[in-house]
Design a binder for this molecule. Structure first.
Ligand code: BGC
Length: 757
């Protein structure tokens, strides 16, 4: 009895003290003290419960999708004391009011427990609150990267945070910081593309937008960066298959993105479902405990991906039993298991700790990390929000922001003879399988996992066809599906219709998908689409190709027949409006490719290739029979405008730098065209010689600016010795003395590094 009394007093001190001023939360030491007291009072079941995450569908009533089964909920919370729930209930995205009811029902159950520790609900809000009906859906990450505008991305994610919290959810499984080495990968579009620096800057912007300065504010959410690490580099490019990445390479290209996200304050991290060099990351003590928590000093908590502890046993075959799988992963440093169905993790871990095979210190560390985020989020004070406090949910200002993001992402890849912008008086044929569906504009993780219900949820939003009809009137627009993505239909009929119009707007791309259902065997755009493009090309009418795709599908069989090409990625609910405004010149395009668009299926080099990947005929003995080894359809950083920017006066303030030195770089950019426009000033560095073969170029800085016609601006950059470093064969970052070339646009300057200076 006395013990219980002491416990109750202590707990009430802990809990009531958190209701006081937010100021207290700023002191992480105070929070740590509270957590330590709380943990000292927790039973083993309560601790392991905190480490257990269950999917909401496991708590639904059989036969009544979306409705919680009271007994299952009671079992989860009273018996197993689970600390977290995830995912969207069946059959898909609820409205904020319904989310509120669900979260309240869960809260009522946790309130019946001794310690009333709130659960942390996690959701894949990856392009807006994408599992909430009525939320603003932004371009998917690959489009966000194409804006090259981190400030804009931050603002968009602040809206996403607000709308997620309006849905009573405090935790998002975003951003995705994978670095895909092969564009065939079905999750390519969930990333920021192929460059480490661009991904790092965008990742930081997303985290800032989601978390703000105080993650406990009512309009902020905790992030879960994912999928640590090496997930996007599998040899086969099929989802969840093995990667082979030398540590030197991993440290140079993949790790810095996660490191920056930790510096930006990411609260949690999700582990990759893949394996690196034969070790599943979920079983890698080296990658989780030594590198992530040790070297990088990550203080947040580590969650598994879906079912991944079970898969150590059933798929990866590195654990003979479930018990061994649980032990391996918890000892590797996993803090929370996305089980997500059932309590195998709970039971095995309970038994492992009872048998002293997993020390209590490991459990306490995991629970401490999880509770810290719950405290920082203010969940003990405000476990559930009220949608009424979020009047700006789905507001027109937020919708405008999504439109702006689409407008800045859409990338003009080609514009032969200034075909674009079009005149509104001309008649157009809109055709192609992606022309009239919201499913393709949003892609996966939209309302449902695979995004097959956007047409239903976003029926009030405009498809590409509808946006054209709005813009120039139905009388000027003909429409024919042309073909489906996988199945050929109606090509001949479409060609006939095309004879009646001035321009053909050909909308090609991909269906909605993510993860393993999005695996493909061939990066070429699908056969029926190639046939449609070729059949239309025969007419010799100007064709504007609109690409609506998550990954760059090869188009070289008909690219030459296209007069203009716009890449709109997966631009979200406002994408079609932005696209059509670009087609008619009301918006001047400013997106730039965040990846190399390959020309051939077997030539998938990244822009930062090595010299040997880039030899031209001249270097191959001038022998014309040699094929160019580096020949992307469009290069990383490429994107045209309706105006012209001229670069001049690249100036560096010194030609030699030492260990401590910095270089100030200036360049003048002049809009010499007739329209205002936005330009991304990109600074690349090339290490002329190094012990590890240097890249031909590496992006080191960029800045997006806007210039009126005839306006010019001097853009300033600063770089230091860290920007000249690479990872050597001992896996250490070093800078070697010698010459480096700094390039902006087509102008270059050399600088010499002399460390003793
Ligand atoms: C995906 C993660 C996602 C998780 C939760 C997994 O299948 O790989 O990216 O966050 O499911 O929905």
């Amino acid at each position: 009895m006395r013990i219980y009394l002491v416990y109750t007093i202590l707990l009430s001190i802990v809990l009531s003290s958190c209701t006081f001023a937010k100021k207290e939360k700023k002191s992480s030491d105070l929070i740590d003290d509270k957590i330590s007291i709380l943990i000292s009072q927790m039973s083993l079941e309560e601790k392991i419960g905190q480490m257990t995450q269950i999917t909401i569908s496991a708590l639904e009533k059989n036969g009544s999708p979306g409705e919680l089964d009271k007994n299952k909920l009671k079992e989860a919370i009273q018996r197993y004391k689970i600390g977290s729930i995830l995912n969207v209930p069946n059959p898909g995205a609820p409205k904020p009011e319904r989310w509120h009811e669900i979260l309240k029902e869960i809260l009522e159950e946790t309130n019946k427990t001794d310690k009333k520790i709130p659960i942390i609900y996690g959701i894949d809000a990856i392009h807006g609150a994408s599992y909430t009906d009525g939320a603003v859906l932004f371009p998917q990450q690959i489009g966000m990267a194409a804006t090259w505008n981190p400030e804009l991305v931050e603002k968009c994610m602040a809206i996403a945070a607000y709308e997620t919290r309006a849905s009573s959810i405090p935790w998002v499984f975003s951003p995705d910081l994978d670095l895909p080495r092969n564009p065939v990968w079905s999750r390519f579009w969930e990333t920021f593309g192929e460059d480490t620096y661009l991904s790092s800057q965008m990742g930081k912007a997303m985290i800032n937008g989601f978390q703000g300065k105080d993650v406990g504010a009512p309009d902020k959410v905790a992030t879960c960066v994912k999928h640590y690490i090496g997930y996007g580099s599998s040899t086969t490019a099929k989802d969840r298959t093995p990667s082979i990445i030398p540590e030197r390479v991993l440290r140079q290209y993949d790790l810095p993105i996660f490191e920056k996200s930790i510096r930006a304050g990411a609260k949690s991290i999700m582990i990759s479902s893949g394996e690196i060099n034969g070790t599943p990351v979920h079983a890698s003590k080296k990658m989780i405990t030594e590198v992530l928590k040790g070297e990088l000093g990550f203080k947040g908590f580590v969650v598994t991906d879906w079912k991944d502890i079970i898969y150590l046993h059933t798929r990866h075959k590195v654990a003979k039993t479930m018990r061994e799988a649980v032990k391996k992963s918890v000892m590797a440093g996993i803090d929370m298991s996305m089980v997500p169905n059932g309590y195998s993790f709970f039971n095995e871990l309970f038994s492992l700790v009872s048998d002293k095979e997993v020390p209590m210190s490991r459990i306490d560390d995991a629970v401490h990390r999880i509770l810290r985020v719950k405290f920082e989020l203010g969940l003990f004070d405000t476990p559930v929000t009220d949608p009424k406090d979020y009047p700006d949910f789905g507001s027109s200002t937020s919708v405008k922001m999504s439109y702006n993001a689409s407008a800045e992402s859409i990338t003009l890849l080609k514009n032969r003879n200034n075909t674009l912008p079009l005149s509104k008086e001309k008649k157009v044929l809109i055709t192609g399988p992606t022309a009239n569906s919201m499913n393709f504009l949003n892609g996966g993780w939209s309302y449902t996992w695979q995004g097959e219900k956007s047409d239903e949820y976003a029926k009030d939003k405009l498809t590409i066809l509808e946006a054209f009809q709005h813009k120039i009137g139905k009388q000027n627009v003909e429409y024919a599906l042309g073909t489906q993505i996988f199945e050929e239909i109606d090509i001949a009929k479409t060609v006939n219709l095309a004879k009646k119009v001035d321009y053909i707007v050909l909308c090609l791309g991909e269906h909605n998908y993510t993860e393993t259902p999005g695996d493909i065997n061939d990066l070429r755009i699908t056969e029926p689409q190639i046939k449609l493009a070729k059949a239309l090309a025969v007419l010799n009418k100007p064709i504007i190709l609109i690409l609506n795709e998550g990954r760059p599908r090869i188009i070289n069989e008909f690219e030459n027949d296209m007069k203009a090409i716009l890449q709109c990625y997966l631009p979200g609910n406002e994408g079609a409006r932005a696209l059509v405004d670009i087609v008619y010149g009301d918006i001047n395009p400013s997106g730039k490719l965040p990846y190399n668009y390959p020309r051939y299926v077997n030539s998938l080099q990244k822009y930062n290739r090595k010299y040997t990947e880039s030899l031209d005929n001249k270097e191959q003995n001038n022998d014309a029979s040699y094929q160019k080894s580096y020949d992307p359809q469009y290069e990383f950083g490429h994107g045209l405008s309706y105006t012209t920017f001229r670069y001049s006066n690249l100036n560096i303030d010194r030609t030699e730098i030492g260990e401590e030195g910095i270089i100030k770089i200036k360049v003048d950019v002049n809009n010499i065209g007739e329209r205002k426009g936005k330009e991304v000033v990109q600074l690349y560095i090339r290490d002329m010689y190094a012990d590890i073969t240097p890249e031909v170029k590496l992006l080191k800085r960029f800045q997006k600016i806007e210039l009126q016609p005839k306006e010019s601006q001097t853009v300033l950059f600063t770089i230091g010795i860290d920007d000249l470093k690479y990872v050597d064969e001992n896996n250490k970052w070093i800078a070697e003395d010698g010459e480096f070339e700094i390039t902006i646009d087509t102008i270059s300057k050399k600088v010499v590094l002399k460390k003793e200076l």
